[in-house]
Design a protein around this ligand. Structure first.
Ligand code: AMP
Length: 221
């Protein structure tokens, strides 16, 4: 299955993508994670992407589409994948459709995690991350020991683009460039809206229920 996870920054895309990918046994592909890996490893892609990411702007389509194409062409994606943070522009959405059409594949479901602007800013300003991918919130979802990941004991850190100023720019970029994609997938009849304000576990339950419903209709796993 090919699943697209849509939503504003900090809407829970990353967390829910991990849950869905584990459930379906397919890779979780986050373009943000790919860029962060490149930045941490000082690659030319990382150097280019950092200029935009640190300011809360989208990385240009040409570079983003290329890294996504290289990733989904890998062997482990042949039975499907969960996309987290891609597409983020109409141009990326159209390129993805063409890439998939070339190999006679299509998107099964686009999941829109809906949260209000105030909630986005509240979540971003309290978000702490672990290198294993687990996300926390200092007030509403703290780790058992302050600053330490419950899952792997890793030290938690604040993403450089998780400041209130950068969060506002990211939210603006989302509204202008990414939100229109929701209407495109709705029109195609593959969009499912999920209330992203509920506790993480309940959101996961809602998301997995929708996938289950879709799978039993299609007869796919
Ligand atoms: P994320 O981890 O998905 O919040 O992504 C972090 C940052 O990486 C974003 O704010 C963008 O600057 C950049 N980024 C990730 N995915 C994309 C994309 N599909 N198109 C453009 N920029 C992206």
């Amino acid at each position: 299955m090919i699943i697209i996870m849509l939503g504003a920054p900090a809407s829970g895309k990353g967390t829910q993508s991990v849950v869905v990918a584990q459930k379906l046994g397919v890779p979780h592909i986050s373009t943000g994670d790919i860029f962060r890996w490149n930045i941490a490893n000082n690659t030319p892609i990382g150097t280019e992407a950092k200029k935009y990411i640190d300011k809360g702007m989208l990385v240009p389509d040409e570079l983003t589409i290329q890294i996504l194409k290289d990733r989904i062409e890998m062997e482990d994606c042949k039975d499907g994948f969960v996309l987290d943070g891609f597409p983020r522009t109409i141009n990326q959405q159209e390129s993805l459709d063409s890439m998939l059409a070339e190999c006679k594949k299509s998107i099964d479901m686009a999941i829109n995690l809906a949260v209000t602007d105030n909630e986005v800013i509240r979540r971003i300003s309290g978000r702490r991350m672990c290198k294993c991918g687990k996300a926390y919130h200092i007030v509403t979802y703290p780790p058992k020991t302050a600053g330490i990941c419950d899952l792997c004991n890793g030290e938690l850190y604040t993403r450089k683009d998780d400041t209130v100023e950068v969060a506002n720019t990211r939210l603006e970029a989302y509204k202008l460039q990414s939100e229109p994609i929701i209407a495109v997938y709705r029109e195609k009849g593959i969009l499912v809206d999920i209330d992203g304000h509920k506790p993480q576990d309940e959101v996961s339950e809602d998301v997995l229920n929708e996938i289950e419903k879709y799978s039993s209709k299609q007869g796919v796993v």
